[in-house]
Design a protein around this ligand. Structure first.
Ligand SMILES: C[S@@+](CC[C@H](N)C(=O)[O-])C[C@H]1O[C@@H](n2cnc3c(N)ncnc32)[C@H](O)[C@@H]1O
Length: 254
């Protein structure tokens, strides 16, 4: 099934079990704290676009931010809704056109959400909607993999097989295989093998945009690119962790 990883409850449980808090979350929290700090009389409102099972969304909320999580995948939001403290919390089940106008002081797309917009139209529509939803001068930050690092070369059975233990103690064997590679697009299939021998599959395609293209699309959508890092310790692009970690601000309307 396409995107079962986010849309099939049995597979979302695996995604959630192997996605604990990490240095990536620390990086994004530090970006939000730097660009949209909580003040004595100011609680910034942060959007987590493609929030998935809500790990970082609730992490920011626990730090005192007002946060909205948006994701099109109901099964992922169903897990997010079970997180402690999520009662009365706003989760939007949908895509970027569902965003309200001029509401947020910061926005995030984490764990490579940006790579799920595989056409120019989808990407520029998302940036336009973010521009509409953000207040002037507010921050947008996201991660996207640097194609030159070719991370997908390790997406094969030999290098990607791992056992993921679910909260009920079941161990699921998971591995990834690339099924197609053309220009900037890499398609892959994840295999999930359960203790009873049954197998579930999840397919997806990711786009690996070049840095020039990312920067020009942000400019065209009304953002200024403030910083691009190549890794989670704020290295330069090309010498970090095979990432582009982008920090942009929404230009004021002219
Ligand atoms: C790899 S997960 C990341 C989830 C979360 N941000 C995290 O850090 O764990 C990618 C998420 O992007 C979401 N997604 C896919 N297409 C999307 C779209 N068009 N708009 C918003 N989210 C989307 C998926 O449903 C999924 O939850």
């Amino acid at each position: 099934m396409h995107h079962a990883e986010f849309e099939d409850p049995r597979v979302v449980a695996v995604y959630n079990a192997e996605s604990p808090w990490s240095r990536e979350d620390d990086f994004f929290v530090s970006m939000i704290n730097g660009w949209a700090p909580i003040g004595p009389d100011r609680v910034p409102h942060v959007l987590d676009l493609g929030c998935g099972t809500g790990r970082l969304t609730m992490g920011l909320r626990n730090l005192g931010y007002q946060v909205t999580g948006l994701d099109p995948a109901k099964a992922s939001l169903d897990i997010a809704r079970t997180r402690p403290g999520s009662d009365g919390f706003t989760w939007i089940e949908g895509k970027s056109p569902s965003l309200p106008n001029s509401t947020f002081d910061g926005a995030l797309m984490t764990s490579h959400v940006a790579q799920f917009f595989v056409t120019d139209d989808e990407w520029s529509q998302t940036l336009r909607d973010l521009h509409r939803a953000l207040r002037p001068r507010s921050v947008l930050t996201f991660d996207t993999r640097d194609a030159t690092a070719r991370e997908w070369d390790t997406w094969n059975k030999a290098q990607s097989t791992r056992a993921v233990v679910l909260p009920d103690g079941q161990a699921v064997e998971v591995w990834t295989e690339v099924t197609n590679e053309t220009n900037e697009l890499v398609s892959f299939c994840q295999h999930y093998i359960y203790p009873d021998g049954s197998e579930l599959l999840s397919s997806a395609t990711l786009r690996f945009q070049g840095l020039d293209q990312i920067q020009s699309s942000l400019q065209a959508a009304g953002f200024s690119v403030e910083q691009v890092y190549g890794g989670w310790s704020r290295q330069l692009p090309g010498v970090g962790d095979g990432e582009f970690l982008v920090v942009a601000t929404r230009k004021p309307d002219s």
